[in-house]
Design a protein around this ligand. Sequence first.
Ligand SMILES: NC(=O)c1ccc[n+]([C@@H]2O[C@H](COP(=O)([O-])OP(=O)(O)OC[C@H]3O[C@@H](n4cnc5c(N)ncnc54)[C@H](O)[C@@H]3O)[C@@H](O)[C@H]2O)c1
Length: 270
Amino acid sequence: MTRKDAPMHRLDDKTAVITGAAGGIGSAAARLMAAEGARVLLADLDLECVDDLARTIREDGGNAVATTVDVLDEDSIAAMIDKAIAEFGGLHVLCNHVGGSDPSKDTDLLSLDLAEWDRVMNLNVRSTVVASRLAIPHMIAAGGGSIINTASVAGVQGDAVQCAYGTAKAGVISLTRYIATQYGPRGVRCNAIAPGATMTPALRDNLPTEVVDEIRRNTSLRGIGEPADIGHAMVHLASDESRYTTGQLLVIDGGLTTQSAFAPGRRDGS
Ligand SMILES: NC(=O)c1ccc[n+]([C@@H]2O[C@H](COP(=O)([O-])OP(=O)(O)OC[C@H]3O[C@@H](n4cnc5c(N)ncnc54)[C@H](O)[C@@H]3O)[C@@H](O)[C@H]2O)c1
């Protein structure tokens, strides 16, 4: 760990649940939160992977416990929240991080598979509703809390593909504002992060090199994000540094959605 990454104990008094903690961004967030002192419940379909991650975090001096969860199953989400309370005695931070869609079925409006539409709404939006409903009473009991929802730049722009995914992520952004509005007076903050292209195993495996090059060309910072770029923002939103921040969408995309569609050509002189 470099001096610049040295923890500042920003989450010493916090307990956190992260869904999708075995994934690229989720595991980075888990490591960073644990390094800042949080007690973290790592929840994922892939129990073996979160078990390994929890062990590594503990070996590094952090406090992490793993559990399996299927966010498509309400009872499984309830068991996850119960486990957090049983392990840590309370809950301050919930990261609703699982999401996605199957691009082979989630295409344009006319050809997309409606069964995939329903699954995508459940995976991205309903899971966030269910977990948040179960967590909020514990956060209120703990004197306040922070919910961090993972959206996507797909939720703020249209695209030629993944109609269900983009619509679901727009739903996550709107839900974030409703939770912030309805539970802010009781000390519960809720914010969303919209990552742009972030170099996770899923991205590395699924995106052709020419698409990655195209993203680079269209991004003012000229690069693909790293999972820790999102993880650091999650630490900020989990900590009391952001105590006056709620209902916000933090877009972390290297400038992909900020720049004009004409900018790459003008920059290159073409
Ligand atoms: N990587 C990107 O470029 C990018 C960009 C924008 C938004 N996002 C969002 O970030 C989040 C995570 O992305 P990632 O790149 O870290 O993905 P990832 O594929 O690396 O990880 C996803 C994790 O979720 C778990 N998972 C899948 N279905 C589950 C279920 N039903 N219940 C519990 N766990 C389940 C998987 O086992 C995996 O560990 C998603 O919400 C995604 O939409 C990612």
